[in-house]
Design a protein around this ligand. Structure first.
Ligand SMILES: Cc1cc2nc3c(=O)[nH]c(=O)nc-3n(C[C@H](O)[C@H](O)[C@H](O)COP(=O)(O)OP(=O)(O)OC[C@H]3O[C@@H](n4cnc5c(N)ncnc54)[C@H](O)[C@@H]3O)c2cc1C
Length: 529
């Protein structure tokens, strides 16, 4: 059974549909094939055992499942942590889109494992963009080499979607640094023994900070000091949770921990948001990855399970489920990579769309995967249930999908008078490949955007998620139409692209209707009984 997207198909999409030409197609293919070998040989065998064993906390130390420590060392030694990191710091300097395509492959093989390098890569981006030359020299080579991993410490009990409520505090230590105190919750790979150190990137307030989001600064807080001594960061607990069991989700206490400022004072949220685009694309790809993996498991099962005198893959309703899964994975992949390669205005418009659309697609596909397995999908042995449990986190973290929809509404539609959105939809309406159905879908999205722009604020908020799905479906539908129209496309991709046009694109009618007819009960403020 294959577990991941076919490398040749992804390379073809990048070079023939998405206009990626920063390197030769043969080189793209070679890298993705190597990633596939590593994913299949090292990461996939740890996926189900890791889910079963889970991460465990013993005396403040987190133990990851067997094999994870060696796998992380091999991952880093293979150059995968620093695939898209600067060459001067030990990275390979490859384009971000290649990093994203490889990340899909690794995540398909092992969602929980993939989180650790994903967050480390986010930390690398932050230090690269905002660290001093000295911080870059101290941190980047270690993160890239796999000697350290990175975390993002944003969330506190009262500060989830609303980061303006962050309370952790940092005070000057009198010798140029800071002492940071407070509690962070839900910190992914916040503690583990896989590497000699962990670099926590933490949002906290300085004593004289203004209230709200303008008063938050970013700090680098290593788990251990330069001399190897503990630095005042303790793991108090790890969560029991629905999925990604092998990924420790930690409550961290910072107890006057030694900290250094990264970026400007009070400018922490802006620094964080600057790299959040990359992080959101990474999470979007988690949705794609789990959709693809769930599809591959389900199609293998459907080929050997017989009911009604034939393997169930013979039955049109089962084929509907399988091909919808594959169409969702293809649409999500195209949407995410298109957003990653787009110029800034289109990227800003589409990144929240990709994050929410692709992660919801991941959940839908994983749920269909359970359904294809019947009862065997609901019990744990086949692994289909694990994909659904793992997939469910991606719409929640890195800005919940509801927050992505509000970002699309407020920044994508309002800030530039909707210019980037109008340009995208005009381009789609003018595209030859999709025919009248796609043109009509683009018109519905343009009308939806116009409606939201004139709606009262609470009406617009009620329509934000249907609009995000409408725009995502139209954009993915447009990219799929290019695949379907190209006779040189890999045949399975052409089939999936056609199914997208015929079975997924028609969802735009429902979405357009729902967004422009908000129920009074949604817009009102009366108690919900
Ligand atoms: C497994 C796991 C790993 C995580 N890893 C990390 C990590 O590494 N680092 C880190 O800092 N955090 C991490 N998080 C935290 C995660 O980012 C937050 O859970 C997420 O941002 C949502 O915040 P919340 O849980 O407080 O939910 P809330 O903010 O309480 O949101 C609850 C619901 O209300 C909606 N909502 C909230 N505000 C609004 C609004 N203004 N308008 C409309 N709807 C709204 C949301 O969309 C959501 O559906 C992790 C969480 C989990 C579960």
């Amino acid at each position: 059974m294959t577990l991941t997207a076919p490398p040749a198909e992804t390379a073809w999409l990048l070079h023939h549909v998405l206009g990626f030409d920063a390197m030769a197609e043969g080189d793209t293919l070679a890298i993705l094939e190597e990633a596939t070998r590593f994913a299949g040989g090292v990461l996939a065998p740890l996926d189900q055992p890791g889910d079963l064993a889970g991460a465990r906390l013993h005396d403040g130390e987190v133990r990851v499942p067997d094999g994870f420590t060696e796998a992380y060392a091999a991952f880093a030694a293979g150059g995968w942590v620093g695939l898209a990191a600067p060459e001067g710091q030990g990275g390979q300097g490859l384009p971000a889109a290649i990093g994203l395509a490889a990340h899909e492959i690794f995540t398909s093989a092992n969602f929980a494992f993939g989180l650790c390098p994903m967050l480390t890569q986010d930390a690398i981006l932050l230090i690269e963009a905002h660290g001093t030359p000295d911080q870059q020299a101290r941190f980047l080579p270690r993160l890239i080499a796999g000697d350290w991993t990175g975390t993002m410490c944003l969330t506190e009990p009262q500060a989830g979607s609303d980061l303006a409520a962050v309370r952790a505090r940092a005070v000057p230590d009198g010798v140029g640094g800071f002492r940071l105190s407070g509690q962070k919750i839900y910190i992914t790979f916040g503690e583990h023994g896989m590497t000699e150190n962990i670099l926590h990137l933490v949002l906290a307030r300085l004593p004289d900070a203004p209230a709200g989001s303008a008063g938050i600064s970013l700090f680098a807080v290593p788990k251990r000091r330069a001399d190897g001594a503990p630095n005042g960061v303790r793991c108090l607990a790890i969560e029991r949770k629905l999925g990604i069991h092998a990924s420790p989700t930690c409550t961290l206490a910072f107890e006057a921990a030694g900290a250094e400022l990264v970026g400007p004072m009070h400018g922490g949220l802006a620094c964080m948001f600057a790299m959040m685009n990359a992080a959101r694309l990474g999470v979007a790809m988690q949705g794609v990855a789990v959709a693809e993996r769930a599809f591959r498991r389900a199609v293998a099962y459907a080929g050997q399970r017989e009911q009604g005198g034939a393997p169930i893959v013979h039955h049109p309703d089962v084929r509907r489920m399988l091909l919808t899964m594959r169409a969702l994975a293809l649409g999500g992949r195209l949407l995410t990579l298109h957003a990653a390669l787009a110029p800034p205005a289109r990227a800003a418009l589409l990144i929240p769309v990709a994050k929410a659309w692709a992660t919801d697609a991941g959940v839908e596909a994983a749920s269909l995967g359970v359904q294809v397995h019947g009862g065997a999908g609901y019990v744990e042995a086949t692994g289909a249930a694990q994909h659904l449990r793992d997939a469910r986190i991606a719409p929640i973290y890195e800005g919940s999908n509801g927050i992505q929809a509000l970002t699309l509404l407020r920044r994508g539609l309002m800030r530039d008078q909707g210019a980037a959105c109008a340009a995208l939809l005009a381009g789609i309406a003018a595209a030859e490949e999709g025919g009248e159905a796609l043109r009509h879908a683009a018109r519905l999205a343009a009308e939806g955007a116009a409606w939201l722009r004139q709606a009262a604020p609470r009406e617009a908020e009620a329509g934000a998620t249907p609009f995000l799905h409408l725009l995502g479906t139209v954009t993915a539908g447009w990219l799929c139409a290019r695949v379907a129209a190209d006779p040189s496309a890999p045949p399975p991709a052409r089939v999936a692209a056609t199914v997208f046009a015929e079975q997924v694109l028609p969802r735009v009618h429902f979405l357009a209707h729902a967004l422009a007819t908000p129920s009074a009960a949604l817009v009102g403020t009366q108690p919900i009984l």
